[in-house]
Design a protein around this ligand. Sequence first.
Ligand SMILES: [Mg+2]
Length: 314
Amino acid sequence: MPTGHAPIRAGRLGRGRFSPTISRVPSPPAAQLVAALRGVRALLLDIDGVLVLRGRQIPGAAGALAAVERAGVPYRLATNTSAISRTTLAAHLARAGLDIPIERIVSAASATAAHVARRHPGGRIFLISTTDARAEFAGLDLMTGEEADQPEARAAAVVIGDASDELTFATLDRAFRLLRAGAGFVAMHKNRWWLTKRGVTLDSGGLVVGLEYATERRATVVGKPTKAFFLEAVRELAAETGPPGLHTADVAMIGDDLWHDVLGAQRAGLRGVFVRSGKHGDEDLARAAARARGGGRPDAVAADLGEVATALRR
Ligand SMILES: [Mg+2]
């Protein structure tokens, strides 16, 4: 019995001669994966490393998503993206062959907008973001730079995400002064860097830390791996699953980032499933397992989303 290869199956006898065909039957999901997903009522899926890699669809991702839908399991894409709106992100995904309604995406930007609306209802908000990501904050009372420059300017909160080339010293300085005057301090995430066409690219985490240092305050972080992010996503899913109430333990996070996706979700009470289709591998699994503080093990490991989708039906 050959192992590690697609089994060769006898084809139909046609025109009097034997024609073998190669069947691409996937291997059955591992027992630990089936067990970890038993009774799961909803999924959170990371995007990079689960659905796409460097802007291209991971082979089989669209089919796996369709299988998750057929299994009747609602899902949300859960991403730390803060530089673009969900509308733009959905357009990128469509170009990679994945049609995702924006309502099915929870980004660090959209989760932060929901968080700020709840914490600072009606308050004036000073937002550091790209123009595109600003769309996520459309319902809030956003201050202009000129307003923030007034000597007596006060804000309910300063909110910072990746503003990329739109970031200026003047913007950071306005944020600094408003924070000194008592504004709430909210960061979409604290990512150190990310991959762009330029290669490794500075993300907003270092700027958040810079403002923390200058103001001697700590920001409230809303994106992954914080509990706030996962609870926001579960809250959205609960509206879709209906009664009985959705508990965090009813939801599994599927991600390629062991720390931000898997262990973060587990700390928030969700199940964490690690997929090997992205940036982390065995070395990271070993490192996380060995770390006494802040480490841990995923509830299950899968090759990719396809294996997760197959395991859901068992
Ligand atoms: Mg990822």
